[in-house]
Write a protein that binds this ligand. Structure first.
Ligand SMILES: [Zn+2]
Length: 256
């Protein structure tokens, strides 16, 4: 049994690697994209039942305008994109696998214009198109399988571990630093491609990161921020500005 499991884990590991868009980092992928999309769909229908959906016209127009502009250039026309504003004082946002984007109304008090809103939405969409959720499930499944091999956990615990992660898909578990910086980088390119000035992202993260407000804790409990975030963005800015110039020539983005 243990040999069989070992083989299963190793074979899965060899077969289950793929490369992340834009960053080209090789990532572990033990679940198919279809499975991941299905988990995203289930988590989304739970969210729609649980959260209070806001009909605020300003916020809804903004999230549709900015969200669709980013979705259009994301390279994922196959995603069933949806955008909802949830009524809540907390400043939080996420994009589930398959393109389900939820923004809490509390976030809008920190976004001064479309480019700042694009900074957050493109970061969240980047997590989804880079399949960070699926990678996290894969990593934990592998860890749990490893634990089983060592006799530290039963098969049912393995299943529970995987299940526990999937129920936490809406972003309760924090992303790793690697995922965060990758979402910053990919998000920066996405906002520039969609026609939003990428330099605005630095302004936004500086402002957002310095606000001393417990309402922000919801966001930073799932999106840790470090002092190197701004430096990394500056490093990637020339690449983003090339995309921004191209998008301006195409007349994309919003004048405000
Ligand atoms: Zn993030």
């Amino acid at each position: 049994m243990r040999n069989f499991l070992l083989c299963l884990v190793l074979c899965s590991f060899i077969a289950g690697c793929q490369s992340v868009p834009y960053s080209n980092r090789s990532q572990l992928s033990l679940i198919s994209e279809n499975e991941e999309t299905q988990m995203g769909r289930e988590a989304w229908s739970e969210a729609l039942n649980k959260e209070k959906i806001s009909n605020d016209p300003f916020m809804n127009n903004a999230i549709l305008r900015v969200g669709r502009a980013i979705a259009d250039i994301s390279g994922r026309p196959d995603f069933k994109w949806e955008f909802k504003v949830f009524s809540s004082n907390v400043a939080n946002a996420y994009c589930l696998p398959g393109g389900k984007v939820g923004i809490y109304s509390g976030l809008f008090q920190y976004t001064a214009n479309d480019a700042e809103l694009a900074t957050v939405i493109s970061h969240e969409i980047a997590h989804a198109i880079c399949r960070h959720g699926g990678e996290r499930v894969s990593q934990h499944t592998l860890q749990a399988a490893g634990a089983t091999l060592l006799g530290l956990a039963s098969n049912s615990e393995l299943v529970m571990a995987a299940y526990g992660l999937t129920t936490n898909f809406a972003g309760i578990l924090p992303f790793s630093r690697t995922h965060e910086l990758e979402a910053d980088y990919v998000g920066l390119l996405l906002m520039a491609k969609a026609g939003y000035d990428p330099t605005q992202s630095i302004k936004f993260w500086q402002k957002f990161g310095n606000v001393d407000n417990s309402k922000l804790m919801a966001y930073f409990s799932t999106h840790p921020h470090g002092s190197d975030r701004i430096n990394k963005l500056k490093e990637k800015m020339p690449e983003a500005l090339k995309f921004y110039q191209q998008s301006q020539q195409k007349g994309l983005g919003t004048v405000y």
